[in-house]
Ligand binder design. Structure first.
Ligand code: NAD
Length: 258
């Protein structure tokens, strides 16, 4: 009888901002689907506010053989990021995948934008990407394997009135992504960004129906995106099928920025 035993461990992923919207869909996608040549990913997600949402998500993910951990921490703090990553690596037994997804908006025209609104957005959206990337870097380099996906935004590419802080933070994420891709390519670590268009989450639930109607007029596919539309591209970028893709920004926007 011919036989073959392929030894493989689950991939191990850290996802920031995992309890809601796009991050939640990413956690579920990575935990549930065949990723990177093995069946499931074990996932540690980071969140900063809703404990019940974290508990619910852990309960919801019920795939045999998958480990899920939630960590409450502020992604904009380097100390908290390092402590979280250290503990997550201990629980997961290592880290193969980092998804920098945590983000906030504090929209206003620049004339009315406060310094705090600017700093808070840069810290949550851009500094957090630096924090988590730096914290996972040594173990990823040592194992000569890693997949990093940063969630940017189309407004980091084309700008948006009333979002100068948010657009600047996302343009920063894109520049950071490309620089890290160049630094890490020789270590077999790919670094890519996704630029979502308008995706239906708590972030866009603040928009009025009228605002959404106007936005959708600029989307050739005539609808808002779903969190799963983004999560599936994240999973692809973390899979072996994307081994030769690095430093790219993939727009998931229904054709809005073509
Ligand atoms: P959301 O508000 O529904 O969820 C954001 C998540 O980030 C939450 O889980 C929150 O707890 C977490 N978070 C925020 N600040 C944090 C911090 N300092 N520390 C730890 N966790 C923190 O938002 P979403 O729409 O799911 O957005 C996810 C990402 O996608 C963000 O980076 C956002 O900028 C980006 N994005 C969203 C859209 C959209 O239309 N929804 C479009 C483009 C890009």
């Amino acid at each position: 009888m011919a036989s073959k035993i392929v030894e493989a461990h689950n991939k191990r992923a850290i996802v920031t901002g995992g309890t809601r919207g796009i991050g939640r869909a990413i956690v579920k996608e990575l935990a549930s689907r065949s990723c990177c040549g093995v069946l499931f990913s074990d996932v540690a997600f980071v969140y900063n506010s809703c404990d019940e949402c974290a508990e619910e998500l852990i309960k919801e993910i019920d795939f045999p053989g998958t480990k899920i951990y939630g960590f409450k921490a502020d992604a904009s703090s380097m100390d908290q990021a390092q402590a979280t990553v250290d503990e997550a690596i201990q629980k997961l037994g290592g880290v193969d995948i980092l998804i920098n997804n945590a983000g906030i908006t504090r929209d206003n025209l620049l004339l009315r934008m406060t310094e705090k609104d600017f700093d808070d957005v840069i810290n949550a959206n851009l500094k957090s990407v630096f924090n988590y990337t730096k914290a996972i870097l040594k173990p990823m380099i040592a194992q000569r394997y890693g997949r990093i996906v940063n969630i940017a935004s189309v407004v980091g590419l084309i700008g948006n009135a009333g979002q100068s802080n948010y657009s600047a933070s996302k343009a920063g994420v894109i520049g950071f992504t490309k620089s890290m891709a160049r630094e890490l390519a020789s270590r077999n670590i790919t670094v890519n960004a996704i630029a979502p268009g308008f995706i239906q989450t708590d972030m866009t639930n603040k928009l009025t129906e009228d605002q959404i109607k106007k936005l959708v007029q600029n989307v050739p596919m005539s609808r808002l995106g779903k969190p799963e539309d983004v999560a599936k591209v994240v999973a692809f970028l973390c899979s072996n099928d994307a081994d030769y893709i690095t430093g790219q920004v993939i727009a998931v926007d229904g054709g809005m920025t073509m």
